[in-house]
Design a protein around this ligand. Structure first.
Ligand code: HEM
Length: 421
């Protein structure tokens, strides 16, 4: 493939570029760049091979120097035994029943508090308000803050550090304005987190948030997490969840605003059972379908350790693999009428008949998303709480495919207005 043109187009407009490459070249697209060889895999059995069948050959990439500075040795960016141990410690916190029992109240309480700020009389559009809401819920679940000002303050500290972390930063010792902003943002955030960990270790309270669960962990010295590890995991959990959840919530509500019958079905379900995640089954199908059409992590990456055979192709060691959930989940070979928003398609039979990795918004295999069930609980409850109270109306404000972040990209170029029911 004409590599430099592909890179230029990809930087400008990633999704259409990948779509064009897949249309032109098929299930395996190889792009040779100066110093890097990239393969784009557009077919479920190939994705499954990389994420599950032969996952040991495919390492998670460790990110740029800047991301490593922010996340430290967090599990998410690492391979090997320490990452496996941390994953084993964290995973039980995010099981469906535990999440539903522990955090349903917090999720509904924060959604209702946010809605009080939106009305009455105001007609909030989506995006900013929903990003703020997901930030508040994430802070409360991970740090165990009190609702209101304490939660908002920690949210601001997190965003202050995260938003100063750019893609193109000079080394830390160069005193650029951005480096200074990043350093002071991280210092303020770290001071707050370490103080909370110390308090938790002293008090040993039985809080249900992730910080106190990690601070309470028993075990031998080799496995008990240090303060720095707890800090790194909390920051990486914030990063993994805040943006993806915010985008998923935006997209789900945008799709409902554009599809009146589905919105009416969610409203009816909310009227009957909006506090009980187990009964929000249609809303669960809406979430699945929104994550199929618009997966917030639309593309993720692995690096091949050794040569491997992938179907009829021989993959060289060192190749970087792109796994585009966005493309596979919109492929008519696996999802009939792929561009239609049809929550009803998500029957047990439909799901059962899908080939492995034809639907993988959360990845798959041993490094799939640890927060997928938390996401399901959270989105069901938030969507039902919001749609139970507001009727959503969609207005297209940019031509399809021409939207820009942050105003409307998360909502696909559509402005959504909420009217109280
Ligand atoms: C709509 C919401 C979310 C989406 C679409 C999403 C998507 C993903 C994907 C695709 C991966 C795998 C990446 C790869 O294989 O390279 C992943 C990993 C991960 N996600 Fe999520 N995620 C979401 C929400 C969350 C939440 C709420 C949490 C918080 C618990 C979370 C925590 C993680 C962690 C810790 C990993 C790394 C797991 C590991 O390295 O073993 N995610 N997520």
């Amino acid at each position: 493939v004409a590599a430099l043109r592909a890179v230029r187009d990809y930087r400008r407009d990633p999704i259409p570029t990948l779509e064009t490459l897949a249309q032109q070249y098929g299930d395996v697209v190889s792009v040779n760049l100066p110093g890097a060889r990239v393969w784009l895999l557009n077919e479920p059995s190939l994705v499954h091979h990389v994420l599950v069948r032969n996952h040991e050959n495919y390492r998670k990439t460790s990110g740029s120097g800047n991301t490593r500075r922010f996340f430290g040795n967090a599990m998410q960016l690492n391979n090997g035994a320490a990452a496996r141990t941390m994953r084993r410690m964290l995973a039980p916190l995010f099981q469906f029943e535990r999440v539903a029992a522990t955090w349903s109240g917090v999720i509904i309480e924060e959604t209702e508090a946010a809605m009080r700020d939106w009305g009455p009389g105001r007609r909030p559009g989506l995006t900013r308000e929903l990003m703020d809401l997901t930030l508040a819920v994430a802070v409360r679940m991970f740090f165990g803050t009190a609702p209101g000002e304490e939660t908002a303050r920690l949210g601001r500290l997190y965003l202050g550090a995260a938003s100063a972390l750019g893609n193109f930063m000079l080394p830390a010792w160069v005193p650029t304005a951005r480096n200074r902003r990043y350093a002071s943002g991280v210092a303020a955030l770290d001071a707050e987190i370490f103080a909370r960990i110390a308090l938790q270790r002293q008090a040993g309270s039985g809080g249900s948030d992730v910080l106190s669960a990690l601070a309470r962990l028993e075990g031998d010295d080799a496995t008990r997490p240090t303060d720095a590890q707890i800090r790194n995991e909390l920051i990486s959990l914030m990063a993994a969840s805040y943006f993806t959840l915010g985008v998923a919530l935006n997209q789900s509500l945008r799709l409902l605003a554009e599809h009146a019958p589905a919105q009416a079905a969610v409203a009816a379900e909310a009227a009957a059972a909006k506090d009980d995640v187990h009964r929000l089954l249609y809303t669960g199908m809406v979430v699945k379908e929104a994550l199929r059409l618009c997966p917030p992590a639309g593309l993720f990456v692995r690096d091949a350790d050794a040569n491997d055979r992938l179907g009829e192709w021989v993959l060289p060691a060192g190749t970087r693999i792109f796994l585009p959930a966005w493309l596979v989940q919109r492929d008519a070979r696996f999802h009939p009428e792929p561009l239609a928003f049809r929550p009803e398609r998500w029957t047990a039979e439909y799901e059962h008949a899908l080939p492995p990795c034809a639907y993988f918004p959360f990845g798959s295999g041993p490094r799939g998303c640890i927060g997928s069930l938390l996401t399901e609980v959270l989105l069901r409850l938030m969507i039902a709480t919001i749609v139970g109270r507001y009727r959503l109306e969609a207005t297209r404000v940019t031509p399809a495919g021409a939207s820009t972040w942050p105003e409307v990209e998360a909502a696909g170029g559509v402005q959504v207005t909420m009217h109280r029911r």
